[in-house]
Write a protein that binds this ligand. Structure first.
Ligand code: FAD
Ligand code: ZN
Length: 226
């Protein structure tokens, strides 16, 4: 109760399974007394490209453009574009970040990757020697909630799905100092029975009920590759 949650949501269709998972999270967490903010990236027409347009006013070095350096400098002087400042404010205020998306090519959809690329700039999310446990977003939790096309059995044959989470959970969230809760994976909602779909939605509601009692994972190579 009183906790602040930011859900970054990447699906085009509200009637989708991802849309249903989002709706459940908003309802359940609100019911608990959390304040919930949603960044609905497609509905916002969120810009995924990391370009010159993200810097307002003069460039630090206009001879040769370096996105990392320019956004870092712009952040320090309050010169990032308005959409980025707004997302950073939402992140800053949040106790928990939930990412809700369908798996695209063993990864997050481009629009969500663009959110990571553009919002988590140096100086805001991490800094020189302030990374991993020392990252600037310490004290926050994150949770990757996603759906797949492939079945759980297929993923078990091909290899552990945890490998895919290394770049997202460790490379991004842990790097920024954010602790990681167990991912929530709904396998193949398109290819299971209506009954199974309802079961998966109920399981998400149930998990959210006790979410605040969960311990973060030990986000080290062992969790992913052992
Ligand atoms: P939907 O099709 O929206 O939902 C499935 C079904 O659930 C629908 O019939 C819908 O009506 C129904 N539903 C919605 N809400 C409810 C409700 N409340 N109760 C009951 N039923 C409901 N998959 C992989 O495994 N690996 C990949 O690498 C991968 N790469 C991809 C790359 C691209 C570019 C694309 C487009 C897809 C890829 N996929 C991959 C598949 C993708 O991950 C799945 O299509 C997606 O996760 C399915 O989720 P959805 O929300 O879009 O499902
Ligand atoms: Zn880690």
């Amino acid at each position: 109760p009183g906790k602040k949650v930011l859900i970054v949501y990447a699906h085009q269709e509200p009637k989708s399974f991802n849309g249903s998972l989002l709706k459940i999270a908003v309802e359940e967490l609100s019911k608990q007394g959390c304040s919930v903010t949603v960044s609905d990236l497609y509905a916002m027409h969120f810009e995924p490209r990391a370009t010159r347009n993200d810097i307002v006013g003069h460039l630090h070095n206009s001879e040769a453009f370096n996105y990392g350096v320019e956004t870092w400098e712009a952040y320090k002087r309050g010169g990032l574009s308005k959409d980025l400042i707004e997302e950073q404010k939402k992140v800053q205020e949040a106790d928990l970040l939930i990412f809700q998306f369908p798996l695209f090519w063993f990864n997050m959809p481009a629009i969500l990757k663009g959110w990571m690329d553009r919002v988590l700039v140096q100086g805001f999310a991490y800094d020189l020697s302030k990374a991993y446990d020392g990252g600037l977003l310490q004290g926050k939790l994150s949770l990757f909630s996603f759906t797949t096309g492939g079945s759980k059995e297929k993923y078990a044959i091909r290899g552990d799905i945890r490998y895919l989470l290394w770049p997202m959970q460790h490379g991004i969230m842990h790097f920024c100092g954010v602790k990681v809760l167990e991912p929530h994976i709904c396998y193949a909602p398109e290819n299971v029975s209506e009954e199974k779909r309802k079961e998966m939605l109920t399981a998400w509601t149930q998990r959210l009920k006790t979410l605040w009692k969960e311990e973060p994972i030990d986000c080290s190579p062992d969790w992913y590759f052992k």
